[in-house]
Design a protein around this ligand. Structure first.
Ligand SMILES: *Cc1c(COP(=O)(O)O)cnc(C)c1O
Length: 406
């Protein structure tokens, strides 16, 4: 082949999502190759010795793999960060984050509304190693400021949250973190870089469960951290190589191809979710709809500013009922009356998913904790997919129109 063609600077995100990757192999494949190999053959011992001393070279797939490297290049390009490191799941990305920036005696400030396993990881697992976490309000900045200690090293936020779609101010949290000599990490799973780019708003690390919208079709588990070389290459890279929360090449390839349609999917699914949210607001059986694009959302303006004017694909709604028992019966009736939506506890799929948070994702909380978190028995979460929007509302109407319990 003649000289290698390099992508020009200044390409737009839609182009980067399709084009950012390692150069093709000697065969010139147009679709990025899937390198299913654990080892890499070296031409001689001298070269082998050189490659083993340079972590950028391919030697063994726990430490690096060309398909995984292509995904990392594409993720960094989309988040607008210097680098990215892929991990086996979203949770192992947060584990890697903690192992990289925390040690015994350090302190973390984290929103109370983040993903349930994230709370467990900080409150239980990291606590075993002498790291203390203070959980604060998702939206009240004074609580974040008040929680800061001299030992605070990390602020961890997720926005919007599940299932109530509460939005926090990334720029304001970055300022609080930096004023305290700490870093801000933002879980960007829900919005993805197609809608929200936390690094542009001052976040030091952007974390992903690529299991959700990045794959986008509910096939594989994957995670990532995106950020500067000083953290990704110099801090997290050596830990991942030792600890081995490595992403499998096949999973990396699936997510890499998923990213090519990410912007289209996020736009389409957000538009569908808004249409469903507006329809739900007009149903007499529905008490309240939680969705950032609705004017009734308490952080509507902030959300629209941070999320490229889109609400994302997840919404929740509360059914009218007089007692928690009646509310649960009504929610179960609406869920069980569906014939198209998937009854499951996941999101980020082309298939719409309907969930009862109080008995699934938030089922292990006590009723008092659930009430405090605003997750009642009548709450239903909907992760809107790509079916025709009228088939989604028709499916919800099957249950809403036959509700007898009040
Ligand atoms: C699913 C999820 C995670 C965990 O990711 P896994 O890939 O399931 O490990 C973390 N944060 C958010 C917001 C999620 O939705």
């Amino acid at each position: 082949m003649s000289g290698e063609r390099r992508l020009p600077d200044g390409l737009r995100p839609e182009t980067l999502a399709v084009r950012s990757a390692l150069p093709p192999s000697q065969h010139g494949e147009n679709s990025e190759a899937l390198f299913l190999t654990t080892a890499y053959v070296q031409p001689d011992a001298e070269t082998s010795a050189r490659k083993f001393s340079n972590s950028e070279d391919f030697t063994y797939s726990r430490t690096s793999n060309p398909t995984v490297r292509s995904l990392e290049a594409r993720l960094a390009a989309l988040e607008g960060t210097e680098a990215a490191i892929a991990t086996s799941t979203g949770m192992s990305a947060i584990l890697l984050l903690g192992m990289g920036v925390l040690k015994a005696g350090d302190h973390v400030v984290c929103s109370r509304s983040v993903f349930g396993s994230t709370i467990n990881l900080f409150a239980k697992e990291f606590a075993k190693f002498g790291v203390e976490t203070t959980f604060v309000s998702q939206t009240d900045l004074t609580e974040w400021r008040a929680a800061i200690r001299p030992t605070t090293k990390l602020l961890f936020a997720e926005t919007p949250t599940n299932p109530l779609t509460e939005v926090c101010d990334i720029r304001a949290l970055a300022d609080i973190a930096h004023g305290a000599g700490a870093i801000l990490a933002v879980d960007n799973t829900y919005s993805t870089p197609a809608l929200q780019r936390p690094a542009e708003m001052g976040a030091d690390i952007v974390m992903h469960s690529a299991t959700k919208y990045m794959d986008g079709q509910g096939r594989v588990m994957a995670g990532a951290l995106c950020g500067p070389n000083s953290l990704i290459r110099d801090v997290f890279g050596p830990i991942l190589r030792t600890v081995g929360m490595t992403l499998a090449p096949f999973n990396a390839w699936v997510v890499l191809k998923g990213l090519e349609t990410l912007a289209l999917r996020m736009k389409a699914q957000s538009e569908q979710a808004l249409a469903v949210a507006r329809w739900l607001e007009a149903q007499p059986e529905v008490d309240h709809v939680y969705y950032p694009s609705l004017a009734s959302h308490p952080q509507h303006e902030l959300a629209m500013r941070q999320q490229s004017g889109q609400g994302g694909a997840v919404l929740s709604f509360d059914l009218r009922a007089d007692t928690p028992e009646a509310a649960r019966a009504a929610a179960f009736h609406v869920i069980d009356s569906t014939r198209v939506l998937s009854i499951a506890t996941n999101l980020g799929d082309t298939k719409s998913i309907i969930t009862h948070p109080a008995t699934t994702s938030h089922g292990r909380l006590t009723e008092v904790q659930r009430q405090a978190a605003g997750i009642g028995q009548g709450l239903i979460r909907l992760a809107v997919g790509l079916e025709h929007v009228d088939d989604i509302t028709d499916d919800l109407l099957r249950g809403l129109s036959t509700l007898t319990i009040r």
